[in-house]
Design a protein around this ligand. Structure first.
Ligand SMILES: [Fe+2]
Length: 453
């Protein structure tokens, strides 16, 4: 298994933490103190709380838990501990101003990267977890919140963030194609789902690789497009109960949904979608985006398709075909080689995956062929998160990592998503990475691909 060379030394880790912090600050740079609080919504956080929480988390695990240093803010735990402060009370906290919060945010990073703030006493026993584990945990946590800050800006209708790395209007945004790439045929068999201990960092919910048997299946080579989803909407998909699960129909009735959340139709019949604070023409070859699990599931019934299971998704993304007699593709075996990314073990590059805000939005579903999996599935990493049919749950023998609230509290009522989106950091995402949201969430950067029945 390939290592991630960019994080192999403390210096590289510190540089990655600095780069992540610079990105976090870019994401909120133009927002006023008032915008940094925003309206009280069930699905997002006040941004002033969110950036303070990112720094607090880093301070808690690296400076306090690992290095044994005293807290910087006497009241920090009462402000920023997400496990103890209920979501809907975060707007009522005595949060410091944006300027004061930024001071704390930079102070924490400065102490982490400055050797004079290394452990003041003998480093306590941490059960095999070394400093690089906690530095990576803090880094990946910041990457996740950077994505959340971006969807919060979309939810609240704020302008798109100004990100230095973004290269707008790249040719790869428009593939010029319009025909579907069809399905990839996966022969099924057994494979090792999950991650192995030789990987440089493994979240608790990926532990550990275990044998899973999958029947032969056919999976779409691309995600469902806006154009395809538009056909579902225009065919009365939201009005016909037969396409919806009972929970999905109850959700639809409760919010009176009749289209994806950011879509509107002009008098001339043309569809627009809201992109941050602007209305743009709906791009028919972009993936359907901001659809929740219920909407994805209803589309599948209408299209006589189904969502892939989590195991099918991982198999299609990561396993290399096995050759039987005469070179004919045969059922996969547990010993089949798995790739870290769909294209192999090399790190993501812009021609393989749309990540890191580079394109400031999605690209056509059939763009970036260099990122295809060995079975020809496109963009399994990047562009849009993909809902799977599977409830988020523990792998056999699960035991929580040091950050106990990362996975275990969410088992059971969340659905698994795979693959990352245009805002996900290339340093975070891999084939085995499991994301999870409740099925009603439409604010996140999620779409889906389908399987044949
Ligand atoms: Fe967090």
């Amino acid at each position: 298994m390939a290592t991630l060379p960019s994080l192999s030394t403390l210096e590289h880790l510190f540089a990655a933490l600095e780069e992540a912090r610079a990105r976090t600050l870019e994401l909120i740079d133009d927002l006023s103190d008032e915008q940094m609080i925003g309206p009280r919504l069930a699905i997002v956080n006040p941004l002033r709380w969110e950036i303070g929480h990112v720094a607090w988390f880093q301070e808690y695990w690296v400076l306090r838990h690992f290095r044994g240093l005293p807290p910087i803010l006497p009241e920090g735990d009462k402000l920023y501990d997400s496990a103890r402060i209920p979501h809907d009370t975060r707007w009522d906290l005595p949060l410091p101003s944006k300027a004061e919060t930024l001071k704390y945010v930079l102070q924490v990073l400065e102490r982490i990267t400055n050797p004079s703030h290394s452990a003041s006493r003998t480093v306590k026993e941490t059960n095999d977890y070394h400093e690089d584990y906690f530095l990576k945990l803090a880094l990946y946590h910041e990457y996740m919140h950077a994505e959340a800050i971006t969807y919060t800006r979309q939810t609240l209708g704020y302008p798109a963030p100004r990100i230095g790395i973004a290269q707008r209007g790249k040719a790869q945004n428009d593939s010029g194609h319009s025909a579907s790439l069809g399905d990839a045929e996966i022969p099924g068999g057994t494979f090792l789902m999950g991650s192995t201990p030789d990987m440089p960092f493994v979240f608790d919910n990926e532990q550990w690789a275990h044998e899973v048997r999958v029947e032969p299946f056919r999976i779409a080579r691309t995600a469902v497009t806006n154009g395809e989803f538009m056909n579902f909407v225009e065919d009365g998909g939201y009005q016909r109960r037969e396409w919806w699960s009972p929970d999905g129909w109850a959700w639809r009735e409760a919010v009176q949904a009749d289209r994806p959340v950011y879509w509107k139709r002009e008098a001339n019949g043309r569809w627009l979608r809201r992109n941050f604070d602007r209305w743009v023409r709906l791009e028919e070859r972009h993936p359907a985006l901001h659809v929740n699990w219920y909407e994805a599931d209803a589309y599948c019934r209408w299209a006589h398709r189904r969502l892939p299971t989590e195991a099918e998704w991982e198999m299609a993304a990561s396993v290399e075909p096995a050759s039987g007699p005469n070179g004919v593709s045969s059922a996969l075996r547990t010993s089949s080689r798995k790739r870290l990314f769909p294209w192999g073990d090399d790190l993501p590059t812009p021609d393989r995956a749309n990540l890191d805000w580079r394109s400031m939005g999605c690209v056509d579903v059939d763009a970036l062929p260099a990122g295809d999996s060995s079975y020809g599935c496109r963009q399994m990493i990047g562009n849009v998160w993909e809902w799977t049919a599977t409830d988020f749950g523990p792998y056999p023998g699960f035991s929580p990592g040091p950050y106990k609230e990362y996975s275990a509290p969410w088992f059971g009522d969340h659905k698994v998503l795979r693959g990352g989106c245009w805002v996900t950091r290339s340093g975070l995402i891999r084939n085995n990475y499991r994301n999870f949201y409740k099925p009603h969430r439409r604010d996140v950067w999620a779409g889906f691909r389908t399987c044949a029945l």
